[in-house]
Design a protein around this ligand. Sequence first.
Ligand code: NAP
Length: 464
Amino acid sequence: MSVGGTLRGFIMIATTNPATGTVEREFTPHTDAQVDLAIAKSVVAFEALKDTTIAQRAEWMNKVADLLESDALVFGRLMTLEMGKPLSQAVGEAKKCATACRYYADNAEAIMADETVDTEKTKSFRRILPLGPVLAVMPWNYPFWQVIRFAAPALMAGNTGLLKHASNVPQCALALEELFTRAGFPDGAFQTLLIGGSKVEAILRDPRVRAATLTGSEPAGASVASICGDEIKPTLLELGGSDAFIVMPSADMDAAVSVGLDSRTKNNGQSCIAAKRFIVHADVYDNFRDAMKTAMEALIIGDPMEDDTNIGPLVNEDAVKDLTHQVENALSQGARRVTGAEAIDQDGAWFRPGIIEGVTEGMDAYSQELFGPVAMLFKVDDLDAAITLANDSSFGLGSAIFTQDKAEIERAFTEIEAGGTFVNTMTASDPRLPFGGIKRSGYGRELAREGLLAFCNVKTCVVA
Ligand code: NAP
């Protein structure tokens, strides 16, 4: 995995409990021959799937949703075991996946309907057609949601999916494959490949694979995009972020603090769309910082399987080392620790959430993504300065602003360089709304209508 832009390959495909550091289960990676067979099966399944009716696919997709709901606890336990998020959030993730499946079961027919265009010809229209097998390279942080938000629209469109999941969530990956099979999708419609990142290039270059999507780090995204560029294949990239969270004087301060805390620490702080840079107006800065400190210190850190836990471990010990290094480096360059933001010395991958302030341009942390529960606080004098600072980032994923001022809201919608702007609420994905980034956060959109069209041929059809 990579944190903060460094790329590091997992040496094995295994479940390692981040709460204890214990390797629970190892898996033998698939051989090249097994991968070849899986691609062949994907092609056969595509031929079958594209000829099924959307109504049939919707029936299977609704069954996927039923299973996600009925087995949410089972799936949740797997997620928590493999990557450490609190169980309640993992169960919530499984249930959210069901909503995406139902959204596409309900809406694919309308999204894919022929669309007539008035021209001087007898008939002109758009027809939406699937592309074929699509490779999805996915990260561990939302091990079900990231996959489902690709798979639900892709399969509803009639494509087939090949999943190369992160090497530390193999049981989630296998459970996802089984989920689609149990729901009735044809054999091979959605398959998991247990392979490391080094095996991805050959799959991308295989002419039977028609497109690719990657959610993860910049180096991994750049690698997949450049290979697909060479092969002239469409790609969609969802990469890192360092989202701004702006707080203006008119904001409801209690809401700003509680939502900001939630956004920064949810998923143990390992979310691409977490609020990472808190840009706070000078008039309310001290109040915001002090309230955030109190709220941060009240979080319950502990066994992620327990109901009252707010913060579990980071994904692994490398993540703790990387985040600790980023914080220590920032402090050595002149930043100040407000609270926490340090490793906890016990078995497993434990890190105390925290806040730092005083990060300025030129310090490494100013331009880095902190992929863990550390909030960076910045003080600004006005909205101009807030937006300038928000945009002074290579990333452009989500953004949030807390304010009651209509003019400020309008400026934020237009001027913040990001794939989304959320007002008085946190950045979050929703199956009904497009999701994605600009700049080095990636390109393309998942979810909503855009997410289904991402892997389709929008065909121009004309009759003289
Ligand atoms: P990562 O190291 O890039 O891993 C993501 C996936 O890419 C894994 O399946 C990984 O496989 C694979 N991979 C790594 N290097 C590769 C390569 N050179 N070629 C092909 N595949 C490769 O990312 P991560 O550290 O696990 O995830 C954290 C990053 O993802 C953060 O920057 C976060 O912000 C971003 N993220 C973005 C979104 C979004 O929607 N924009 C969502 C979640 C996370 P192995 O596990 O086998 O290495």
